[in-house]
Ligand binder design. Structure first.
Ligand code: S3P
Length: 179
């Protein structure tokens, strides 16, 4: 059974959707950002501040590679920048169904407005920063997997849609838990 890998910009709902899909399908949920923080024993914002983005991306790639090699049947939430390194997508695709949760810049900005710990959004004009980052990444997201637009949908609607795509890939509604 392949993993279900959720990809998307900050605020696309990867973690909240992932947690709900995992509960719905009775599967394990794994959040790559959390694994990175556990491995480094510090917050992502501290890693960015103290070591810089290239260091963070190296750790992220190592965690992705390790996770992809040792899991199956899990629901995986990635960090928004996972698409920047083709090796990440290659590793995740090997044993995963990749679903992209799409958000437009307005929605991403609204949904992240209360989040203080996103290092890439620490900017005087946050809205402009979201625009800029999303524009740079849009083609990468759209090419990464099956795209689900989340903008005008409720969490439940997106959960249903994501679960249906995942089930479709396996041709049945198996809800067996893997360890
Ligand atoms: C990042 C997104 C964050 C986190 C880091 C970098 C990005 O994850 O990995 O701050 O480059 O978009 P979320 O998308 O889960 O917030």
């Amino acid at each position: 059974m392949k993993n279900l890998v959720l990809i998307g910009f900050m605020g696309s709902g990867k973690s909240s959707i992932g947690r709900r899909v995992a509960a719905h399908l009775n599967r394990h949920f794994v959040d790559i950002d959390v694994l990175i923080e556990q491995r480094e024993q510090r917050r992502i914002s501290d890693i960015f501040e103290l070591e810089g983005e290239p260091y963070f991306r190296r750790i992220e790639a190592a965690v992705v590679k390790d996770l992809a090699a040792r899991t199956d049947g899990c629901i995986i939430a990635t960090g928004g920048g996972v698409v920047l390194n083709p090796d990440n997508l290659h590793a995740l695709r090997h044993n995963g169904v990749l679903i992209v949760l799409w958000v437009d810049a307005d929605t991403a900005h609204q949904r992240t407005a209360h989040k203080q710990h996103l290092p890439l959004l620490k900017a005087p004009d946050r809205r402009a920063r979201v625009n800029e980052l999303l524009a740079k990444r849009e083609a990468l997201y759209r090419a990464a997997g099956t795209v689900v637009d989340t903008c005008d949908k409720t969490l439940d609607e997106v959960v249903e849609e994501v679960a249906a795509i995942y089930r479709h890939h396996h041709g049945h509604g198996d809800s067996h838990k893997h360890g």
